[in-house]
Structure formats: structure tokens, C-alpha cells
Design a binder for this molecule. Structure first.
Ligand code: ATP
Length: 240
């Protein structure tokens, strides 16, 4: 379970502060799939970063897998991210000096767990990258790098997986395959998935859609179809 309580985030970049999150409160139940949507600049990435312990909110509280993030120091946050959290992000996803297989195995190695080579190979096969195991990130496309990160989540089974546009760089069939794998993490392994997406079709595989506008949570849709989500998004964008 991830609980967000009255999350507020202000950035002081220029003369005027920017309010990226304006009092967001939400529960993302354990073993559920949440899509985060909203217009550009509505606070989706900031929400994801705060919920994952990558950024500290200006105020408010995040409780992840029973741990209050505000009570952890930097070392505690690093350990929590390593042991309970998975990331499928466009940037800072993979270690550039490690090949795909080593990147998939890294969290398990850092946690001192024995690495099962058969399971490691199986995770790469599931994302269609069995022939890229020895390639380093620079030798992979953006979409393939995203898939390495998903293989890592299949292999290490973090309690919570945060994904930022995981299908943004993928073609239609690969995108559907990756979404099905994310759904499987939730349905078969009870992991919690939180995914930012602009794509109503991708969001439709989630259990709930959190809709942000101007840093506020303005709606929650449960088990909505892609058409319903697209229509709601269009109405939000028309008023922004
Ligand atoms: N480090 C920062 N410093 C200053 N302002 C920031 C910073 N990060 C984000 N913002 C601002 O906070 C607001 C929310 O940004 P955020 O990246 O969370 O939006 P988003 O919904 O993910 O957007 P997009 O869909 O375009 O990626 C924006 O107005 C953005 O300009």
C-alpha cells in the first residue's frame, strides 16, 4: 500500500514559486494497479518522485509498504528504494557500465541475495530481450532499456513498482505485451504498480486512474474503459 497524505510540493526556481502538488491525498492499495494521468505540467512526475522517495515533498506524508518516508534519512531511503521499490523510468533507469543481465540482477546482488541465473534469463526472455543480455544500455534502444527495467521488476519483485510512461517508446504490440506483464505483476504476484501515462489505452488496464490538474487530484476513475478515460481527459484538457 502507498498512502499519500496532503502532499504539497513547491519549487522555487524563478522569482515566483511553482506549486507542482497542491494537497494530494490518495490511497493506492497493495496489489493494485494505478494509472496517473493529467495534462502536461499537472504534477504527475513530481507525484511519482515523491511517492517513490526520490524527492522530498515540501509538506505532507508518504507511507510506502508501511514505512513513513519522512522519518527516513538518506541512507534509509536508499535501502528502502533498493529493497522494496522498482523503477521503470526514462532517465536514471540503468547503470551504464553494466550489461542488461547485470542491471536486472543488481538490486538482488546489492541486497546480498543469491542470483538464480535461470530465473534471470527467464525474466529477460519474458520481455523479449534474451539476445540482448550482454548489451550495455548505450547499445540498446530507449524501448529496450525500459524493458530491461521491467525485467528487473519481474526478477526482483519489489513491493511497489513506479513506471513513468513505460510504453511511451514502444510500438503497439510491444506496448501491449509490456502492459500485460505489468498487469501480471499485480494479479499473480500481488505487487503494487503506479504508472504515469498519457495513453488512455494503457491507463485502461489499471484498476484506478488518478487524474491530476494543476497539482490537484481532481478525479478518480475505477475500472474505466479507454473511451471513458479519453473523454474525461479531453474535458480536463479543454478547461486547462
Ligand atoms: N525541479 C523543478 N524546478 C522547478 N519547477 C519544477 C521542477 N520540476 C517540476 N517543476 C514544475 O512543476 C510542475 C509539475 O511538473 P511535473 O514534471 O510533475 O508535471 P507532469 O505532469 O509530469 O508533466 P509532463 O506530462 O509534461 O511530463 C510544472 O509546472 C513544472 O514546470
Amino acid at each position: 500500500m502507498v498512502s499519500l497524505h496532503d502532499l504539497r510540493m513547491e519549487f522555487r526556481a524563478g522569482p515566483d514559486p511553482v506549486t507542482a502538488l497542491d494537497g494530494v491525498t490518495a490511497d493506492l492499495p497493495a496489489g493494485s494497479f494505478t494509472a496517473v494521468m493529467g495534462p502536461s505540467g499537472s504534477g504527475k512526475s513530481t507525484l511519482l518522485h515523491c511517492a517513490a522517495g526520490l524527492e522530498q515533498p515540501t509538506s505532507g506524508e508518504v507511507v510506502l509498504d508501511g514505512v513513513r518516508l519522512g522519518e527516513l534519512d538518506e541512507t534509509g531511503l536508499t535501502v528502502l528504494r533498493r529493497e522494496r521499490v522498482g523503477f521503470v523510468f526514462q532517465a536514471f533507469n540503468l547503470i551504464s557500465s553494466l550489461n542488461a543481465a547485470q542491471n536486472v540482477a543488481l538490486p538482488a546482488r546489492l541486497a546480498g541475495r543469491r542470483v538464480n541465473e535461470v530465473e534471470l534469463a527467464a525474466a529477460l526472455t519474458r520481455v523479449g530481450l534474451s539476445d540482448r543480455a550482454r548489451h550495455r544500455p548505450v547499445e540498446l534502444s530507449g524501448g529496450q532499456q525500459q524493458r530491461v527495467a521491467i525485467a528487473r521488476a519481474l526478477f526482483t519483485r519489489p513491493a511497489v513498482l513506479f513506471a513513468d510512461e513505460p510504453t511511451g517508446a514502444l510500438d503497439g504490440p510491444t506496448s501491449r505485451h509490456i502492459l500485460a506483464l505489468l498487469r501480471e505483476l499485480v494479479d499473480e504476484h500481488g505487487q503494487t504498480v503506479v504508472m504515469v501515462t498519457h495513453d488512455p489505452v494503457a491507463a485502461a488496464i489499471a484498476d484506478q486512474v488518478m487524474l491530476l490538474a494543476d497539482g490537484r487530484l481532481i478525479d478518480r476513475l475505477e475500472a474505466a474503459s479507454a473511451a471513458t478515460i479519453a473523454a474525461r481527459m479531453a474535458s480536463v484538457e479543454a478547461t486547462c
